[in-house]
Design a protein around this ligand. Sequence first.
Ligand code: CA2
Length: 149
Amino acid sequence: MTSILVLNGPNLNLLGQRQPEVYGSTTLADIEAACTAHGDASGLSVSCFQSNHEGALVDAIHAAKGVRDGIILNAGAYTHTSVALMDAIASVELPVVELHLSNIHAREAFRHKSYIAPVAIGQICGFGAHGYILALDALRQHLLGRTSE
Ligand code: CA2
């Protein structure tokens, strides 16, 4: 079965508790449950992990090689700073969908830069928690297209 890692970065464990006007009122547990349920309905095995630590996220990306078929990554603020995450993604050669709850391009200028974008197959942002479902569908289609080549 196709296996997907949903990986969330710093402060996303606080979802639903603060700044609902920016990030919505859905909790990370709600998002992870929705991803797992959507995976069950669409033939994907979904695993979820969140960390506030850059090195732990790098380790999770490394551990996905040979085990997962692709990654959905909301790297949080590390999106805009982390060459380490960019290098980790490039090293494992797995398809990564970059995900953001908010539309990072409509926010402060420092959020317009993404170190993930150049090594991702695509980016979904601005659709709130539903973006994770869109990302699962996009990654599934991408992987299906590759196996039928
Ligand atoms: O829109 C997104 O998903 C972001 O990745 C969220 C990051 C932000 O730094 C990125 O620019 C865009 C911040 C996540 C912080 O999450 C919180 C959730 C609740 C309360 C406070 C922060």
